[in-house]
Design a protein around this ligand. Structure first.
Ligand SMILES: Nc1ncnc2c1ncn2[C@@H]1O[C@H](COP(=O)(O)OP(=O)(O)OP(=O)(O)O)[C@@H](O)[C@H]1O
Ligand SMILES: [Mg+2]
Length: 249
C-alpha cells in the first residue's frame, strides 16, 4: 500500500531524511521508533505534503501512485491522514464546523455527495461518545484552550470521521493520561481493518501494549536502520538506542 524508496529530504540546507526505505502493507500496523531528532515527524510531514521540505531524491508510492506530485488536499482525498504531534489551534473556527468542512471537502474531491446535517451529527456524536469527548467541546474553537490530551483525542475523532485508508499517528500517546491512552487505543483498534494501514510513531512500548503492531521499524539519522516484529519494541525498551547511535558515529 505505502512504499517509500530512497527518500532524501532537506530543509534549510540540512539533510534530514537520508535514503529512507519503508514499506507498509495493506491492513498493517507499522510502528516507528527512534531517538529524538531522527526524522520521524519530518517523515510524517513529507508523506502528508507539508511545504518547506525539499525532496532531493526518492519516491513515496501510495497504491503505486507517486504522491510527491500531489497537493496535501489531494493526498487527503486519496485517504491519507496525519494526526499531528502538536495539533494546531484554529481560533474562530468551531470544531464542529471544521469537522464538517473537512469531511465534505474529501467527499467532494471523491465525487461523493455532501452529508446532510443530521447524518453528519449522528456520525460526530457516535465518534465523540466512543472517545469520551464532551459534546460541548465540539462547539469550541478547534484545539484552542484544549488540554494536551484533549487535542490528541480530537485528532483521533477526526480520523474516526474521515475513515482514512492510511493513518499516520505522530506520538498520539504523548500527554495522554492512563485512561485516555486506553480510550484512544480502542479508537484506533476499532478502525483496524484489512483495507486500512497505520504508521504509529511512538517512543514507548506502553502504547504498543494497547495497539499491537505487526511490524516495528527503528529510525536513526534519517533512515530506517532496523525492522522487525513487536519484539523489537521490547528490545528497545530494555536496551535503548545505544547500538544505533554507535552505528551512526
Ligand atoms: N525547519 C527546520 N530547520 C532546521 N532543522 C529542522 C527543521 N525542522 C526539523 N529540523 C531538524 O530535523 C531533525 C529531525 O526532526 P524531527 O522533528 O523529524 O525529529 P523526530 O524524530 O520527530 O524527533 P522527536 O522524537 O523529538 O519528535 C531535527 O534535528 C530537527 O531539529
Ligand atoms: Mg517528532
Amino acid at each position: 500500500m505505502l512504499e517509500i524508496k530512497n527518500l532524501t529530504v532537506q530543509i534549510e540546507d540540512k539533510k534530514i531524511l537520508d535514503g529512507l526505505n519503508l514499506t507498509v502493507k495493506k491492513g498493517e500496523v507499522a510502528a516507528i521508533m527512534g531517538p529524538n531528532g531522527s526524522g520521524k515527524s519530518t517523515l510524517s510531514y513529507v508523506i502528508a505534503g507539508k511545504e518547506d521540505y525539499v525532496v532531493l531524491d526518492g519516491e513515496i508510492l501510495l497504491d503505486g501512485e507517486n504522491i510527491l506530485e500531489l497537493e496535501p488536499n489531494e493526498r487527503a482525498a486519496r485517504g491519507l491522514f496525519l494526526a499531528f504531534q502538536y495539533p494546531l489551534e484554529i481560533p474562530g473556527v468551531a470544531t464542529m464546523t471544521f469537522l464538517k468542512a473537512a469531511l465534505n471537502a474529501q467527499r467532494k474531491a471523491r465525487g461523493e455527495a455532501e452529508l446532510s446535517t443530521p447524518d453528519f451529527m449522528r456520525r460526530v456524536n457516535a465518534a465523540a461518545q466512543q472517545l469520551h469527548i464532551e459534546k460541548d467541546m465540539l462547539k469550541r474553537a478547534l484545539n484552542v484552550g484544549f488540554s494536551g490530551g484533549e487535542k490528541k483525542r480530537m485528532e483521533i475523532l477526526q480520523m474516526a470521521l474521515l475513515q482514512p485508508r492510511f493513518c499516520i499517528l505522530d506520538e498520539t500517546d504523548s500527554g495522554l493520561d492512563i485512561d485516555a491512552l486506553r480510550i484512544v487505543a480502542e479508537g484506533v483498534n476499532a478502525l483496524r481493518s484489512p483495507d486500512r494501514s497505520f504508521l504509529v510513531i511512538t517512543h514507548y512500548q506502553r502504547l504498543l501494549n494497547h495497539i499491537v503492531p505487526d511490524t516495528v521499524h527503528v529510525m536513526a539519522n534519517g533512515r530506517v536502520v532496523r525492522s522487525g516484529g513487536p519484539e523489537l519494541a521490547l528490545e528497545l525498551e530494555k536496551n535503548g538506542y545505544a547500538d544505533y547511535r554507535q552505528q551512526a558515529a
